[in-house]
Design a protein around this ligand. Structure first.
Ligand code: G6P
Length: 609
C-alpha cells in the first residue's frame, strides 16, 4: 500500500528518497513521485508504474535539493495516473499522503466555492487545498496544518513542504503509520523503517494524532493541540541487508527457503528444557491466563488462516472456547464478550487497518487481555496490545506471506502450550512430546524444502489451468485455504480451498478434467475420511494431486498423482505441509510470468480500511 519517504539534509536528498521508495515497493503500488526544493524552485516528477521508471526520469530531468518528499501510490480515490500520483502541489505547498480522507467530497465542494481548481481526483489534493486555504487566513503553516487535520475524518500519514519555508518538513499521523528517522545533521520520515535503513537505524514512532516538525538538526513532536510530546528513540535491530534477494530470483523464493532459519529464530530463547520460557510472551507472568474462559482471534488474509489453525490447538490444549474472525467483519459486529476473555490479533506487519481497528474496539468491549502475534517490533498493534509474541521471521518483502505465516503458526502453538499449562490442561508428558517435536521443526522444514524440484515439475501441469481446488480436513482445512490463497494471489489462477467433507454440497459441480484438485493429506486420524472424499472427486474425472505422508491406500494412476512428503509429528503437519503449497504457488507464478513479489493490485501492508 502507499509509501512515504521524506528527508531534510545538508546534501541532495533525491537518491535517499528513491532508494527509500525502492525499499517500499514490496508494499504494493501503481505509481510513484518525488519532489525536491532547490533555490526556491520545485522539482516535481511523477511516473506511472514501477519506481525504476521514476529513477530514470529523475536521471534525465534532475531533481536537486536538500529537502524533499516522495511517494508510491496504491489507488484509492481516482485511477492510477500521473495526475493522481503524489506529491500533490497547491501553490507553494507540496504534500504526500497515505490513507483515506473520508469527508473529502464535502470539503471539496466548499473549496470549489472558494475558487480552488483540482488537478486530480484524489482526496489528498482536497486536504492540501484545505491547508492552503487555512494558511491564507492564518499566515501560520503549523496552525493551518493542525486546524485542517482536526477538520478531516479518516486516516492519514502525511508529509508536507512549503516552497516559502524550505528548511522544514511537517509530518503527521492518524491511522497510517509514520516513522521519523534520526540522522546526524539530517532527519527523515517514512511510512516504514525499511525505507530508511540505509541512512539510519534510530527511529521515533509517531502515535495517533501526533505531528512533527523536522529540520536538519531538530525534531519537535506535538499533539493536535500543539502540546509538546516527549518521544523515545528506538534502535532497530534490522539492517539494510535484510532486504536483499541474495542468491534467489525472488524475495518470495528466498523467504520460503529461509523458513528453517526463521522458525529457529522464533524458538530462540523460548524453550527451556521441557518447558516454554515465559518470556515467549512479552510481559506475562505464570498466572496471567489461569482464569481464561474464551479466546477471540482476529486477523486478515494469511494471518487469518494462521488463526484458523490456532483454534484447533487452543481448543485441544487449553480447553478454552476459541473463535476466529476476519478483522474487517469483527470490527462492525456487536460482539458479545464474556468475562475472562482474551483477544488475540495476528499480523505480519502490525499495521493492518482493520486488525488495528478491531483491537481498539476490543479494548472497549471488556476483554481481560489482548495479545498480538506480530513480526514487526514497534508497530502499532505491538504498541497498543497488552502482550506481544514476536514471530521473529525477519523482514518479509514478498507480498505473499510465507515465512511470516509459518512463524505465526509456531508462535500460536507455543501460546497454546503456555495457556494450556497455566490452566492445567496439558500434562507434563504431552508437553514434553510436543516440545520434542518442535525442536525438530527447523530440520524437518529443510526436509520438506527438498521437494522443491518435484514441485517445480508438478507446477508445469498447472500451466494453462484457469481454476483449481484445494481440499483438506480438520486442522489441514485452513492449510488448504492458505494453499489456494497463495496460488491465486501470485499466479492469478483462480483457486478455492474447501473442507473436503463440504465438497458434495456444491463445489463438486465444478469438477471436470480441466480442474486440478490439490489434496492436503498428511497421515492423521482423518486420512480415511479424506480418501473417501478423494474418491468422489476421482469418480467425476478430476485430476488429483495428493500431497501426502505415511502409508495410505491412495495410489498413483492416470488420474491421480501422489506427492510423497516426509513423515512428521502430527502437531507439526500444518506448518510443514504449508511449504510444498508455497512452492507450488511460487513455481506456477514463475511459469505464468507474473510479478511474483509484487502481484498486481495487492499490497503488503493494508493500512486503509
Ligand atoms: C495483505 C497481504 C497479505 C497479508 C494480509 C494481512 O493482504 O498481502 O499477505 O496476509 O495483508 O496482513 P498482516 O500484516 O496483518 O498479516
Amino acid at each position: 500500500m502507499c509509501g512515504i519517504v521524506g528527508a531534510v539534509a545538508q546534501r541532495n536528498v533525491s537518491q535517499i528518497l528513491l532508494e527509500g521508495l525502492s525499499r517500499l515497493e514490496y508494499r504494493g503500488y501503481d505509481s510513484a513521485g518525488i519532489c525536491t526544493l532547490d533555490n526556491g524552485e520545485c522539482h516535481l516528477i511523477k511516473t506511472l508504474g514501477k519506481v525504476n521508471k521514476l529513477k530514470e526520469a529523475v536521471k534525465e530531468e534532475g531533481c536537486p535539493g536538500f529537502i524533499g518528499i516522495a511517494h508510491t501510490r496504491w489507488a484509492t480515490h481516482g485511477v492510477p495516473s500521473t495526475a493522481n500520483a503524489h506529491p500533490h502541489v497547491c501553490d507553494n505547498l507540496i504534500m504526500v499522503h497515505n490513507g483515506i480522507i473520508e469527508n473529502f467530497a464535502s470539503l471539496k465542494e466548499d473549496l470549489i466555492t472558494k475558487g480552488y481548481n483540482f488537478k486530480s481526483q484524489t482526496d489528498t489534493e482536497v486536504l492540501l487545498c484545505l491547508i492552503h486555504s487555512l494558511l491564507k487566513t492564518s499566515g501560520n503553516l503549523m496552525s493551518a496544518f493542525r486546524t485542517a487535520l482536526k477538520e478531516v475524518k479518516g486516516s492519514f500519514g502525511l508529509a508536507l513542504m512549503d516552497k516559502n519555508d524550505p528548511e522544514r518538513l511537517l509530518v503527521a499521523r492518524c491511522g497510517s503509520p509514520l516513522i521519523i528517522g534520526l540522522g546526524i545533521g539530517e532527519n527523515f520520515v517514512a511510512s516504514d523503517t525499511l525505507a530508511l535503513l540505509p541512512v539510519t537505524r534510530r527511529f521515533i514512532y509517531l502515535e495517533e494524532n501526533e505531528l512533527a516538525v523536522l529540520t536538519t538538526d531538530t525534531i519537535e513532536v506535538t499533539d493536535l493541540d500543539g502540546h509538546k510530546v516527549e518521544k523515545n528513540i528506538v534502535e532497530s535491530d534490522l539492517d539494510a541487508e535484510s532486504i536483499s534477494k541474495g542468491k534467489y530470483r525472488h524475495f518470495m523464493q528466498k523467504e520460503i527457503f529461509e523458513q528453517p532459519l526463521s522458525l529457529q529464530n522464533t524458538l530462540l530463547g523460548r524453550l527451556d528444557n521441557d518447558e516454554i520460557a515465559l518470556e515467549t510472551v512479552v510481559g506475562i507472568n505464570s498466572d496471567t491466563f489461569k482464569k481464561l474462559d474464551n479466546i477471540q482471534i482476529v486477523a486478515c488474509g494469511t494471518s487469518y488462516h494462521a488463526g484458523l489453525v490456532g483454534r484447533y490447538w487452543f481448543e485441544e490444549l487449553t480447553h478454552v472456547t476459541t473463535n476466529v474472525e476476519i478483522a474487517s467483519e469483527y470490527r462492525y459486529r456487536k460482539a458479545v464478550v464474556k468475562p475472562n476473555s482474551l483477544f488475540i490479533t495476528i499480523s505480519q506487519s502490525g499495521e493492518t487497518a482493520d486488525t488495528l481497528a478491531s483491537l481498539r474496539i476490543a479494548k472497549e468491549q471488556g476483554y481481560e487481555h489482548s495479545i498480538c502475534i506480530c513480526n514487526v517490533n514497534g508497530s502499532s498493534l505491538v504498541r497498543e496490545s497488552d502482550f506481544t509474541i514476536f514471530t521473529k521471521a525477519g523482514a518479509e518483502i514478498g507480498v505473499a506471506s510465507t515465512k511470516a505465516f509459518t512463524t505465526q503458526l509456531l508462535s500460536l502453538l507455543l501460546l497454546a502450550l503456555i495457556i494450556g499449562k497455566q490452566k492445567g490442561c496439558v500434562a507434563q508428558a504431552q508437553q514434553q512430546n510436543i516440545i520434542e517435536a518442535i525442536r525438530k521443526l527447523p530440520a524437518l522444514c529443510e526436509e520438506f524444502l527438498a521437494c522443491d524440484k518435484n514441485i517445480q515439475s508438478l507446477a508445469e501441469k498447472f500451466s494453462g489451468k484457469r481454476h483449481c481446488l484445494f481440499l483438506g480436513r480438520g486442522i489441514m482445512y485452513p492449510i488448504a485455504l492458505e494453499g489456494a490463497l497463495k496460488l491465486k494471489e501470485i499466479s492469478y489462477i483462480h483457486a478455492e480451498g474447501y473442507a473436503a467433507g463440504e465438497l458434495k454440497h456444491g463445489p463438486i459441480a465444478l469438477i471436470d478434467k480441466e480442474m486440478p484438485v490439490v489434496v492436503v493429506a498428511p497421515d492423521n486420524a482423518l486420512m480415511d475420511k479424506l480418501i473417501s472424499n478423494v474418491e468422489e472427486v476421482r469418480a467425476r474425472g478430476a485430476l488429483i494431486y495428493i500431497f501426502k505422508s505415511g502409508e495410505s491406500d491412495i495410489k498413483n494412476d492416470s488420474q491421480s498423482k501422489i506427492i510423497n512428503l516426509p513423515d512428521c509429528p502430527e502437531v507439526l503437519q500444518p506448518i510443514l505441509f504449508t511449504i510444498p503449497l508455497q512452492l507450488l504457488a511460487y513455481h506456477c507464478a514463475v511459469i505464468n510470468g507474473t510479478d511474483v513479489d509484487q502481484p498486481r493490485n495487492l499490497a503488503k501492508s493494508v493500512t486503509v480500511e
